[in-house]
Design a protein around this ligand. Structure first.
Ligand code: ATP
Ligand code: MG
Length: 254
């Protein structure tokens, strides 16, 4: 059975797109048939994270103009999963109707094990159409009070609308000393368990700039391991870390 997982937050820049590209890569490597969709139509950038230009390809904007079949705009990425990207120009937005998205998605979702929706930040029309097209939500927050307070709005919306939350993800976690809000605080504020925390690491920023998911570029970085753990948890499987030779040696000294 297919699962449509909306990756959502009210605050922008918390790491939704980063999480989508890394989950898609990991789940695809695990053998799942995955489709990642950029539903952030006013700020589409999934293609930029994945090194794919949306110029000269069909995009979600074409789908939302009702001008083409959704299948025509889905492409296979070299990392194994399928993508439905967004146009990055202002004029791409002309005549798009996000309200047709759910129906379009429903026509193809059964062809995938997992569909990941990279949602727009907030709870405006654009984000809500994606959230309401999801079977479950991954709510992303950073360990900062404004971000967690915003995340509560998504949690509340999901609860009011009987939408299951598959987990809270705390991204850009900092080392103990500077992490003023810890995971317990997040759980207490949101009334939900944190499924995974992902450290803030230069490797993530660097791989975004290199237009490759960090799990692909730096598979042994702490952030990569956390992102892979998140993917395994989402499908109820146990993650076993593959240690490099150096890590095994260092393990003897720690
Ligand atoms: N764990 C992390 N460590 C360091 N940098 C990170 C981490 N996660 C994300 N970033 C950086 O934060 C920035 C925002 O990430 P991203 O684009 O994934 O957020 P977003 O929630 O999708 O943003 P938007 O709301 O604008 O769509 C990027 O520059 C990315 O490199
Ligand atoms: Mg994004």
């Amino acid at each position: 059975m297919s699962r449509v997982i909306g990756v959502a937050s009210v605050k922008g820049g918390v790491g939704k797109t980063t999480i989508v590209t890394n989950l898609a890569t990991t789940l695809s490597k695990m053998g799942y048939k995955v489709l990642a969709i950029d539903t952030n139509i006013t700020g589409a950038n999934l293609g930029l994270h994945l090194g794919v230009s949306s110029r000269n390809i069909l995009t979600i904007h074409d789908v939302l103009k009702n001008s083409i079949d959704i299948k025509e705009a889905i492409y296979k990425h070299q990392l194994g999963f399928h993508v439905l990207l967004g146009g990055i120009y202002l004029e791409d937005l002309n005549n798009t109707k996000m309200s047709v998205f759910k129906e379009k998605l429903n026509s193809i979702k059964k062809e995938y094990d997992i569909v990941l929706l990279d949602c727009a930040a907030g709870l405006g029309d654009e984000a809500l159409n994606a959230i309401n097209s999801s079977d479950e939500l991954l709510v992303v927050t950073n360990p900062e009070l404004p971000s967690v307070a915003d995340a509560y709005k998504v949690v509340e919306y999901a609860q009011n609308n009987w939408l299951p939350i598959s987990g809270i993800v705390v991204n850009k976690s900092k080392d103990g000393k500077y992490q003023d809000i810890n995971l317990k605080d997040v759980e207490e504020i949101l009334g939900k368990k944190v499924l995974q925390s992902i450290p803030e690491e230069k490797e993530v920023e660097h791989s975004v700039n290199l237009k490759k998911p960090v799990v692909n570029m730096f598979p042994n970085a702490k952030s990569s391991v956390s992102l892979q753990k998140l993917a395994y948890k989402l499908v109820g499987k146990e993650y076993k870390e593959e240690k490099t030779f150096i890590q095994k040696i260092l393990g003897f000294f720690s």
